[in-house]
Design a binder for this molecule. Structure first.
Ligand SMILES: [Zn+2]
Length: 199
């Protein structure tokens, strides 16, 4: 849990900041035209009124529910390759380094291999050394869901596609700034769409 301190006139408040909320505050600040960004050490001074504008913008930027894709296990089995079915519908994991996108440095978007939902941008991809494609944030707050995964005797947080519920990978809290998160994804759960170069 990170903490971001706002000093207002003669008093200050401290907002608890987890990774996802830090991203929201950061976006809201850029809407306000502020070049402040939350970080672990940062102390930020705002006029008192800015606090309410900031919180209102964060609220307006909350994700809206999106339409779900629901299919039977048999339908998924028919539509997906064996490997994709194993990962997306059976919570499978592919081997490190022996997967399609761990070292992909092209610019573009990673979409769910089950339903096409945009998941991650190459702008948030980083070299994690894990051998799996790694990102410090999803394309939007509403594109993925997380749930507890206690299999294999360890507590991890599984990441699923918010639209079709397909298993994508796990998220860990040892990622880089600004979120401190590491979304460790299976290449087989995603399709990469390269950005077209504009002339
Ligand atoms: Zn999906």
């Amino acid at each position: 849990m990170e903490r971001l301190s706002h000093s207002y006139w003669s008093f200050s408040v401290v907002l608890p900041l987890d990774g996802a909320y830090a991203v929201k505050v950061s976006k809201a600040l850029s809407v306000l035209g502020s070049d402040h960004s939350p970080d672990r050490q940062g102390m930020h001074s705002f006029p008192k009124s800015a606090k309410y504008i900031l919180l209102a913008i964060v609220h307006l930027m909350e994700p809206k529910e999106q339409a779900k894709v629901v299919k039977s296990e048999e339908e998924w089995r028919r539509e997906l390759t064996t490997e994709r079915f194993r990962i997306l519908r059976k919570d499978g994991t592919e081997p490190a380094f022996l997967n399609k996108y761990w070292d992909n440095k092209k610019k573009g978007e990673y979409r769910c291999a089950g339903c096409g939902n945009p998941l991650f941008s190459s702008d948030a991809k980083f070299e994690s050394g894990s051998g799996w494609p790694s990102f410090w944030q999803p394309v939007s707050e509403s594109s993925v869901l997380t749930e507890r995964d206690d299999r294999f005797g360890t507590r991890r947080t599984a990441v699923k596609c918010a639209r079709c519920g397909g298993h994508l990978g796990h998220v860990f809290d040892d990622g880089p700034p600004p979120t401190g998160l590491r979304y460790c994804m299976n290449s087989g759960a995603m399709d990469f769409v390269e950005e077209k170069k504009s002339q």
